[in-house]
Design a protein around this ligand. Structure first.
Ligand code: ZN
Length: 291
């Protein structure tokens, strides 16, 4: 099942790629569920059993306007992002592959957006790309066992952990939260796909292209800490809540890892994809308001 945030309302997505239609959850359920996504994550199990009866022949399905899609979990209580979680990316960043839990940081919710957007490049910023599988929590848990972890996942979506490297690396020690949280730096979408839709939710191809040139391509089977291990490890410390968002880390090919380094320029377009989920597109523009 695919679930999306269409102009703030929860919808079930039906139909083939390029011809997706949306069924409004609140309308179709006579207001039992919805109208928004956060309320659905809080009733995830009941919602899933109800939604199993929705089919592509549902009469209320309307064509999806992609410009109206927003982040599948628009107001999570917690956002986790994981650094150095693919060995090839750890290596290009100058680090050993972590044997214990990789670095955990956050991206602030104010940087969230839907899948197709324009992103302003901060003045004097070195803006980099990081394609990432994003997992969204569907069931609260603390100290979740690794073998139970997927039962706590509502679904998977495509994310970009867009990163401004100057503010990330200046100062007495690197800081990640602010440099990765400029407006529009956390696009996600186009929809949430439930884990049962994948032959193997732990082995998905992901990648991105700049103006058609492929710059990243990897597989999530190469995650050092896959989704289940991350959930077990994070929930050793914190309670995970429905709607919480986990950016799981990026494979090799970021701009800062290249010789010479390369960063996004005004006018460039970044296309990101994950197998079995879908695509996103960011267009980068100059900051015309800068002094
Ligand atoms: Zn990242």
């Amino acid at each position: 099942m695919r679930i999306a945030n269409l102009a703030g309302r929860a919808v079930v997505i039906v139909g083939e790629a390029g011809a997706e239609h949306a069924i409004d959850v609140a309308t179709a359920s006579n207001n039992r569920f919805g109208p928004d996504l956060p309320s659905i994550y809080n009733n995830w199990t009941e919602f899933r059993s109800w939604a199993a009866g929705i089919t592509h022949t549902h009469p209320a399905a309307t064509p999806v306007q992609r410009a109206s899609l927003d982040a599948p979990s628009p107001s999570p209580r917690q956002v986790f992002a994981i650094g150095l979680n693919y060995s090839d990316h750890a290596s290009e960043s100058g680090f050993e592959a972590p044997s214990q839990l990789p670095p955990v940081f956050t991206k602030y919710v104010s940087s969230f957006s839907g899948p197709d957007t324009d992103v302003v490049i901060p003045t004097h910023g070195n803006v980099d790309w990081e394609i990432e599988l994003v997992a969204i929590i569907g069931r609260e848990g603390f100290r979740i066992a690794e073998q139970d972890a997927w039962d706590h996942v509502a679904g998977l979506t495509v994310g970009q952990d867009i990163s401004e490297r100057v503010s990330q690396l200046r100062g007495p020690a690197p800081q990640f939260g602010l440099g990765k949280s400029f407006p529009g730096f956390s696009p996600q979408g186009p929809w949430l796909v439930t884990p049962d839709e994948f032959a193997d939710p732990d082995d998905l191809e992901l990648g991105c292209r700049i103006d058609g040139e492929q710059v990243q391509k990897g597989r999530t089977r190469d995650l050092i800490f896959p989704v289940s291990k991350l959930i077990a490890a994070l929930s050793e410390t914190v309670t995970l809540y429905p709607g919480d968002v986990i950016f799981t880390g990026t494979p090799a090919g970021v701009g800062a890892g290249r010789t010479p380094k390369r960063f996004l320029q005004p006018g460039e377009t970044l296309d990101s994809w994950i197998e079995g989920i879908g695509e996103m597109q960011q267009r980068f523009i100059a900051d015309l308001t800068a002094k």
